[in-house]
Structures are given as structure tokens and as C-alpha cells.
Design a protein around this ligand. Sequence first.
Ligand code: AMP
Length: 328
Amino acid sequence: MASAKPESAVERDQRIGLQRIRDFLKVRTSYDVLPVSFRLIIFDTSLLVKKSLTILIQNGIVSAPLWDSKTSTFAGLLTTSDYLNLIQYYWQNPEAVNRIDQFKLNSLRDIEKAIGVSPLETISIRPTRPLYEACRRMLETRARRIPLVDYDDETGRAMVVSVVTQYRILKFVAVNVHETQLLRKPLKHLKLGTYKNLETAKMETPVFEVIHQLVNCNISSVPILNSDGVVTNVFETVDVITLIKGANYDELNLNVGEALQKRSEDFPGIYTCSIEDRLDTIFDTIRKSRVHRLVIIDEDSRLIGILTLSDILEYILLDGEGDDSKID
Ligand code: AMP
């Protein structure tokens, strides 16, 4: 039975704002998100894993579509998860380190089988499909990015057009949908973000352990706390890439504090917010900065929760239908 409680002005605006965003995503396609000119780096599946790492770092990217030139087909998307899997394999088979150096990208599938994790991401979407559909596919598969693959109508041959990320989509919304300014309900009144069973670490925690947390929980970051529960930093999956560049797996023996010192000079820092913050201002932040997550803290900088782009995408598409791990 529907609640008889009248809708407040803030609630009505929130509902209208969400509806406008969904309407917008339904009439725009993934093509619309792409800049006029962009570069696309695609890896041949016969490339050595070691070389792929160097290319990612040199170009400041964290993923690349794969191309099987033997069959002329799209072969999935290489992401940081694949390198985390490789590290897991290395742990289980430290004696195989010389062999790992010779691994090509097409051996990643065997590695995934050997360690029993789900295979390389192979979902894709045609760029002419509505953006809303691309978002739904990403939510269903928990992917943080989706390759745009087109097919020639006559030959049926695939053509990789680009990759769209959660950030790019949310920034596109932030720039083009003025009604994001209607989203004025504070986080504390929304089922948005994760507040229970938070995975955290300390500066002294070995990187090995944090990688297990990232893989086992399928998350892309772990807040770093001091002994008072104050957030001092965030360890991200991309930090692992910097660490193993040059295929130097010894660096994985460092602790979090040592590993974070290896971050590049231009690391933008971490973003925090409070439980009183609202999506209108969070969309302002997305419009101005390449933010991937906000750590929710109290007035003493202690950890309360975490809000990632996956959470925001899920909320704006599905109106906050959360699971039990979300705030009550
Ligand atoms: P992400 O892959 O970082 O977008 O996160 C996927 C889901 O896991 C989101 O619902 C996040 O709120 C949640 N999440 C992210 N990081 C953590 C963490 N350290 N501990 C618990 N949940 C997290």
C-alpha cells in the first residue's frame, strides 16, 4: 500500500531530478559521450603482459581493449583486475616467476582458470545504443567501464570504437543535466553508499593483504586509517599498477605506507564528504574533477562510509533500491 505521507518539496525535486537524468540517458547514446577527437590504444592479445604494463603506465591509462589479430575479433577488455589476478597467481606459484615474465595477454585466461576467478571482461555495447542501456549493462556486470564495439552490417566484422567509463558518463550528466541541482536530499537520508562491513587497512598493512581485500570483495579502493579511525589516505587498485611496473613483483612486499610513497607527483589526492552532503554538490565535484570515490567522514575525519561512482550510477538509475549492506 502506498504511504499516505505527503511528499515534501525536497523529495519532489529529488524525484524530478532523477527522472530528468534517466530521460536524458535514454535519449543519448554512447557516441554522444565521446569527445570530437580522442586516441584509442588497443592491445594485440599476443603482446607480453610485461610490455602491456609499460604501455599503460607510459600513456597514463588503466585499461585497454584487446584484439585477436588471428581471428580479427574483439577479445575483451584488459583492466587492473587482470593484473591483480596475475599477482594472485604469482603468490600461489612463486617458482613460476620466470615463466610469468613470458606470459602474453592471451595467457590471462589460463591464469584466471588456474586461480578459479571469473574470466576476463568481455561485455561490450554498440555505440549507437542508448546510454541508459550501457549503464544498465555496467551495473549488471559490476563493470566500471564498457567497450564500445560496432559491427559492420555486411561483413559482421567488429570494430572497437572506444571505452566509456562510469566517470565519463557521470561527468556528461553533470555537465548537461541542469536538474542535477534538484538533488538536495542529504546522503544521510538516501540509500546511497556503503556504511557497513567496510574494508580498511593501516599504513603498516602489507600490500599483499590489501590486494586480497580488493580482489575478494571486488572493490577498487580501501581507506587507510590511523589507530583513532581517522582516514589518512586511500589505497586504490591503480596503485598496484605503479607498484608492479617493470614486472618487479618484489615491490608487493612493501607495506601500504611505503607503497603510497611511490605515487606520482601529480596524484590529485583523495576526496572526502560528510553525511550531510548532497548529490547536487557531489555532481559539481564530478563536473570539475576526476573523482572516482568520496570517503564519507565525520567532523573528526573518522570513517563513516564510502561513496563510489558505482553507487551513484546505481542510485540515479534504480532510485536507491539497495541491498542490506547499505545504510538503513
Ligand atoms: P567500487 O568498485 O569501488 O565502485 O565499489 C563497489 C561497491 O563496493 C560500492 O557499493 C562501494 O560502496 C563498495 N565499496 C567500495 N569500497 C569499499 C570498501 N573499502 N569497503 C566496503 N565496501 C566498499
